[in-house]
Write a protein that binds this ligand. Structure first.
Ligand code: NCD
Length: 314
């Protein structure tokens, strides 16, 4: 595998191999006083972020550093992008500097795929492109860390149910979760106000429901999504008020109590407490949010090893 732009770059076996490697890395690092493996010594990776990020950028950087790679971080605000440099020129510049992988977050759907095409036209020579979230399109490393968290609790996916709640329309996490969890054998249910569902969702491999309470009773995990106001145009209104949104689609203490005891509450972050997730729910033992974050480092280590070494040697 050269790039990870979409969950469609994986098949079931390669997705499971990434999860297995992430689990192996997690347990082997737990026993170490010094969390440093030599696997990517002498290799250079760049994080190239055109949108804000806390979890994704820092965990990719940590993953690279724990593998001994040289990690260089670039954000649009502090680079020549501010001076008008194009994405293609920036990508070519970083390749000329020596980037072997570009971890890219961009507001435009398709930007990482376009970069892969420009910088590695034959699919062999050129840097690996890792999509760290592109517009409303995909966020594959997030879906992998969600799947790892789910598997650590439930052992597998077959016959299990993931309920994704909230702003599906603007969410790249929802799209990648759907592709990955359905490939792994889980049922995915989207719950959202009709205004926050994409056109054509009925053709996607998911079930759509408007009744959160009915879906919670037999859920194995609930993934709550932030309402992404930054992707809405000024004056657009998708629901009447935050209060009404929280009442219909927010994860309250009462809804938490309705979940099966072994079900988990997930959130890709950043959480808006009081809106899609209640304060007590976010801090409850069933919340797996920080476990997701921690898994993110190991999943991203597994991605870097797989793309840069082509094998599973850690
Ligand atoms: C998500 C993203 O950026 O798509 N966050 C993340 O990467 N952990 C979701 C969000 O911003 O709400």
């Amino acid at each position: 595998m050269k790039h990870l732009v979409s969950i469609n770059d994986l098949d079931k076996d390669s997705a499971i191999a990434l999860l297995d490697l992430a689990d192996e890395l997690k347990s082997s690092l737990l026993e170490r006083e010094i969390r440093k493996l030599p696997t990517l010594r002498g290799r250079t990776v760049f994080t190239v972020f055109y949108e804000n990020s806390t979890r994704t950028r820092c965990s990719f950087e940590t993953a690279g550093k724990w593998l001994s790679a040289d990690v260089v971080n670039i954000s649009a605000g502090s680079s020549s992008v501010e001076k008008g440099e194009s994405l293609q020129d920036t990508g070519q510049t970083l390749t000329a500097i020596g980037a072997e992988a570009l971890i890219v977050r961009h507001p435009n759907s398709g930007a990482p795929a376009q970069l892969a095409h420009w910088l590695c036209p034959d699919g062999i020579h050129g840097p690996s492109i890792i999509n760290a979230g592109d517009g409303q399109h995909e966020h594959p490393s997030q879906a992998l860390l969600d799947a790892l968290t789910f598997r650590q609790h439930h052992g597998g996916f077959e016959g299990r149910k993931l309920v994704v709640v909230g702003d599906i329309l603007h969410s790249r996490v929802a799209r990648s979760d759907l592709l990955l969890f359905s490939m792994l054998g889980a049922e995915v249910v989207f719950v959202a106000p009709p205004t926050l569902l994409p056109v054509g969702v009925e053709d996607w491999p998911c079930r759509v429901s408007y009744d959160l309470d009915a879906e919670l009773r037999d859920a194995d995990a609930v993934q709550l999504l932030r309402v992404q106001e930054e992707r809405m145009k000024a004056g657009e209104a998708f629901f009447p008020s935050v209060r009404e949104y929280a009442a219909l689609y927010g994860m309250s203490k009462k809804r938490l109590a309705a979940l099966p005891d072994d079900a988990i509450v997930m959130h890709p972050g950043p959480m808006i407490r009081g809106m899609e997730i209640n304060f007590d729910v976010a801090d409850s033992p069933q919340a797996a949010v920080l476990q997701q974050v921690n898994n993110g480092v190991h999943v991203r280590m597994a991605i870097l090893i797989t793309l840069l070494t082509g094998d599973r040697e850690a």
